[in-house]
Design a protein around this ligand. Structure first.
Ligand code: FAD
Ligand code: MLT
Ligand code: ZN
Length: 496
């Protein structure tokens, strides 16, 4: 079983928001005094505290597709703008109003509709929380095909709308493959029933695909049908320490060769990221490769490897053989295989809690990019060097921290630069961070590997896709939402 892991299980920290259950159950939340402002805060402010709705007339929480359709029809006729919202864990400001849009929260639409245990096909409402779906499936012998640090709050509708990647992507691939069907309500209230439960259906265009990753700009997802994978009978988790990124690349190749089809996760944690997480004393986490007293010098890189297979003894043997070969060949400097579920969970926390630990460090410039492995870590090194050369004070205790981690197996790097929250960015920091995404483009990477565009990166659409491609996207938006009431000012560049 892949361990569940969130901040609340790490020594009581609770930085990952839970669904705002106190407000769930009401169909309409509208502020009429200061207390109600607090009631709306979980919806109007994002997890990173970078975006806050200047005003929000109401949060709508429909319970049925018909209610969603009725509300959208009402808004469409009156030119009222609407922001669809799931668990509000998005990292690009996509779910936060820019002006006075109404928030349409899917939190009350959280029912499982059907599950076929033979085919592994789940149909549920869009507001189901990812972790709850996973927990519901496990006694039936299945798991969700995706997993992310925000699982305790994010909703499947939000996951589909952002085409979320996460920690199981290497094994189960993109939601473009796992989602079999969707029910979507268009801006004018028309309901598109595409809720197929078939794996194969080539009758006409596969229209549901355009709503996967559309970030709430084309329609509101109300129901989802998914192919879910069987729960693996045996899971092994290992952590290895490596002396250089060249060794990391060697280890990627060796792991693929030695573990083959049972390899299910390959995550990177650099020394700075490891430092930040183990530095949170209240969480009580330790680096298992740092020696009993924690005194061993840290490795510059760590890799978390996971296998998911069907034979405990066989899979364990394969993982141990990999570690042996990697140690003998000088690819890794040290390594450990978790002996039980508790140890596996501890290792996973070292990776999953990096974003939470970084939020505690300060205001974080978050970069979510895909890069060829040949250029992968150079971005982190280059950023660090440029800041140091510019005389920026680095390190703990009020300095700027640069960490690199991410989904190595998918070539997806998360570069985070934290700056003290209270002060504005020093000019040198602004200059260096403004160069990150242009560098990624020069190296033929993606500026948005898995978190989406939202408000943060909408200007990059025109810079990274051809005019013809963006024109077709805009044409689709115009056709499905001619008045532009859904999530205005997000995703598409402003001149749309
Ligand atoms: P929200 O944040 O509410 O909304 C996100 C976007 O989708 C918005 O544009 C919103 O308008 C739209 N939307 C939401 N619901 C609907 C709907 N039903 N219909 C139409 N549009 C809708 N992301 C990853 O890809 N991989 C990770 O590993 C990962 N890890 C994370 C770890 C942490 C600690 C945090 C805080 C976030 C992480 N994320 C990750 C980002 C985020 O959790 C995902 O993008 C998630 O899929 C968002 O789901 P949500 O329900 O919170 O959506
Ligand atoms: C992750 O992989 O941890 C998430 O995508 C969140 C982040 O980028 O910090
Ligand atoms: Zn990620």
């Amino acid at each position: 079983m892949k361990p569940s892991c969130d901040a609340s299980s790490a020594g009581g920290a609770s930085a990952i928001p839970r669904s705002p259950s106190s407000a769930a159950g009401k169909l309409l939340l509208a502020p009429s005094g200061p207390d109600d402002e607090n009631l709306l805060a979980p919806y109007t402010q994002d997890w990173t505290h970078k975006w806050k709705a200047p005003q929000c007339p109401a949060v709508l929480q429909p319970r049925t597709t018909e209610q969603v359709a009725g509300l959208l029809r009402h808004c469409y006729e009156r030119d009222l703008h609407v922001v669809p919202q799931g668990g509000n864990t998005g990292l690009v400001g996509g779910g936060i109003p820019l002006a006075n849009e109404v928030i349409l929260s899917l939190a009350n639409m959280n029912q499982i509709i059907s599950f076929d245990a033979a085919s592994g096909i789940l149909v549920c409402e869009a507001g189901c929380v990812l972790e709850e779906l996973d927990a519901w499936l496990r006694p039936h012998g299945y798991i969700m095909p995706l997993d992310l640090g925000a699982k305790g709050s994010c909703q499947i509708g939000g996951n589909v709308s952002t085409n979320a990647g996460g920690l199981r992507f290497l094994r189960y691939g993109s939601l473009h493959g796992s989602v079999l069907g969707l029910e979507v309500v268009l801006a004018d209230g028309r309901v598109l029933d595409m809720l197929s439960t078939l794996r194969k259906d080539n009758t006409g265009l596969d229209l549901k695909q355009i709503f996967i990753g559309a970030e709430g700009t084309l329609g509101v997802i109300t129901k989802v049908s998914l192919q879910v994978p069987p729960a693996p009978a045996a899971v092994q988790v290992a952590l290895v320490g490596l002396e250089s990124f060249e060794k990391v690349r060697e280890m990627v190749m060796l792991s693929k060769r030695k573990l083959g089809e049972i390899l299910s996760a390959m995550e990177l944690v650099d020394a700075a990221a490891m430092d930040v997480v183990v530095g949170k004393a209240a969480w009580g986490l330790r680096n298992p490769l740092a020696g009993g007293s924690g005194a061993n010098p840290p490795f510059p890189f760590y890799m978390l490897l996971e296998t998911s297979g069907s034979g405990e003894a066989h899979d364990r043997e394969k993982m141990e053989e990999l570690l042996e070969a990697a140690l003998e060949g000088g690819v890794v400097g040290d390594g450990t295989v978790a002996q039980d579920l508790a140890q596996a969970q501890e290792i996973w926390k070292l990776r999953e809690l990096i974003p939470v630990a970084m939020e505690e460090e300060g205001r974080v410039h978050k970069f979510d990019v895909s890069l060829p492995l040949s250029a992968f870590y150079a971005l982190v090194e280059r950023t660090r060097e440029a800041l140091e050369e510019g005389g920026v004070v680095m390190g703990e205790g009020g300095g700027v921290r640069v960490v690199g981690y991410g989904h190595l197996g998918d070539s997806n790097l998360h570069l985070n630069v934290s700056v003290p929250r209270e002060a504005p960015d020093p000019p040198e920091v602004s200059r260096v961070v403004s160069r990150v995404l242009p560098w990624v483009m020069e190296h033929k990477g993606s500026v948005s590997a898995e978190h989406g565009l939202g408000q943060l990166k909408k200007t990059y659409l025109l810079q990274t896709k051809s005019k013809e491609v963006v024109d077709v996207m805009r044409g689709m938006k115009k056709m499905l939402d001619p008045k532009g009431i859904l999530n205005p000012g997000k995703f598409f560049p402003d001149d749309a």
